[in-house]
Design a protein around this ligand. Structure first.
Ligand SMILES: Cc1cc2nc3c(=O)[nH]c(=O)nc-3n(C[C@H](O)[C@H](O)[C@H](O)COP(=O)(O)O)c2cc1C
Ligand code: SF4
Ligand code: SF4
Length: 437
């Protein structure tokens, strides 16, 4: 029976599913309901320094990219950190933690980039009995213009400095939440490690603009006729998040640094992707905002059943297992040859594969055979690119088959060999490595 218990950065929770710092974790009412639904932990909505709270816009703060049947692909927001008084949040955190001692209670923080401000808030958070702090170095709008959030997360030296202050002034585990709005995620992650972080979490939201209203040619959504860029998240950002999680996981300088994977997690499958690529647990925002807290039950059941079917006892049995299969393009095996195969019993003859391959790939799928509508792969033209697989509306109707050693590639006439060969040694590569004579 799968054991979902999880320890991330020294913080224990009954399962690896946490709610990310955002509206779902904004107040005690929500977090009680989230814990009742089964979430293993929460990162409380980001707190700022004492004093008058920030003020949000009173117009639309959210926008979405929807499919034609109105399913959510991407979600955009221009919300700031909590707009409720600091003490009220701290009192609620203390009370919720008291009532739910087995759940992870992490508090997200964002205060100005000076030592006194961090020292002051850390003491007050520690006093609530919370399990850890997450430093919000990721918020890409509003707060970054005030020198916080992504403005810190984009400068590794600042990340290291603030993380070190937090380690100095608090006994709590320190998680550094990274911004994806950088060219390379490795230096910020390394800076967090150098500052003494117990773990990193990523991604926060991505700089984004949703579009314009075609009738007014104004930003959409807009408030008072104007808009500003926001932060993008939801299913569409998962591949970006996975890349960044994996880069940290496979970088020798940060390998082993605990990672909380965030970005596009809506199902147990999404969680598995993050965890197999190096995350210890996952955090969820958009999916909870779209479907409500009870989605965690599907995540728990789905992951448990998967683990049982694979013989995995704990999540550690598969965590990071996909990382050794990730490499740089130059090391991919150019001798591995694939061809598309269409299952004629499943084909509904819609023609999408033909038109995609005919217009934009390698003209390798028939439309007609013997005067009859018929879709079949011409192996002599197929380069195994996978386009037809991705456009076919019928699951498993088109698959790719890898040719075995000894088979002849009908496109090149060459016999497939068992030896791998990559770009580093390819004759067409002017920079190829040659064996010294
Ligand atoms: C409306 C909204 C408000 C958010 N507020 C915060 C915040 O206060 N602090 C923070 O660290 N991240 C905040 N985030 C980012 C999320 O915690 C999370 O990193 C991001 O949404 C990616 O996860 P997802 O794809 O599951 O939504 C917010 C996201 C949304 C949608
Ligand atoms: S794999 Fe690519 S080249 Fe081959 S049939 Fe499909 S779309 Fe065409
Ligand atoms: S896209 Fe799929 S279902 Fe449609 S013709 Fe091609 S193989 Fe058949």
């Amino acid at each position: 029976m799968a054991d979902l218990r999880n320890t991330f950065a020294g913080i224990r929770s009954p399962n690896p599913f946490w709610l990310a710092s955002a509206p779902p974790t904004d107040k005690a009412y929500n977090v009680h309901r989230a814990f009742e639904a089964g979430w293993g932990g929460v990162v409380w909505k980001t707190l700022g320094e004492d004093g008058p709270p920030v003020v949000n816009v009173n117009g639309p703060r959210y926008g979405a990219l929807l499919t034609p049947d109105r399913r959510m692909l991407g979600f955009n927001n221009i919300e700031l950190i909590t707009d409720r008084p600091l003490q009220q949040n701290l009192d609620e955190i203390r009370e919720v933690k008291r009532l739910w001692p087995d759940r992870a209670m992490v508090v997200s923080l964002m205060v100005p980039c000076n030592e006194a401000a961090w020292k002051a808030i850390l003491a007050r958070v520690e006093d609530t009995g919370a399990d850890g702090v997450e430093l919000n170095f990721g918020c890409p709008h509003g707060m970054s213009e005030r020198g916080m959030g992504a403005a810190v997360g984009q400068v590794p030296a600042y990340i290291e400095m603030v993380t070190a202050w937090c380690k100095q002034y608090s006994r709590l585990p320190v998680i550094v939440k990274l911004t994806p709005n950088v060219a390379d995620i490795r230096p910020p992650a390394l800076a967090a490690k150098k500052g003494g972080a117990d773990g990193v979490s990523l991604i926060n939201t991505i700089n984004s603009i949703m579009g314009v209203d075609p009738m007014t040619l104004a930003m959409s959504p807009s408030t008072g006729g104007m808009g500003s860029h926001g932060g993008y998240c939801g299913p569409a950002v998962k591949p970006i998040a996975l890349h960044m999680v994996a880069e940290i996981g496979r970088n020798p300088e940060t390998a082993g640094l605990p990672i909380s994977g965030i970005g596009g997690v809506a199902t147990w499958r999404d969680a598995l992707d993050h965890m197999a690529l190096g995350a210890t647990n996952v955090q969820v925002c958009t999916a909870a905002m779209t479907f409500g807290f009870k989605i965690v039950q599907e995540m728990i059941d789905g992951l448990s059943e998967y683990m049982d079917s694979m013989g995995f006892r704990t999540t550690a049995d598969f965590q990071g297992r996909a990382l050794p299969t990730l490499t740089d393009w130059q090391y991919l095996n150019l001798n591995a040859i694939s061809k598309a195969v269409i299952d004629q019993d499943k084909c509904i003859e819609c023609g999408r594969c033909h038109i995609a391959c005919e217009d934009t790939s390698h003209q390798a799928i028939t439309a007609v055979k013997d005067g009859v509508r018929h879709f079949e792969v011409k192996e002599a033209d197929c380069v195994g690119c996978n386009l037809c697989v991705t456009v076919c509306p019928v699951p498993e109707c088109i698959t790719l088959r890898t040719l075995q050693p000894g088979e002849v590639d009908a496109r090149t006439g060459r016999t497939v060999t068992a030896e791998a060969a990559d770009w580093t040694t390819h004759p067409n590569n002017p920079m190829r490595q040659t064996v010294p004579a």
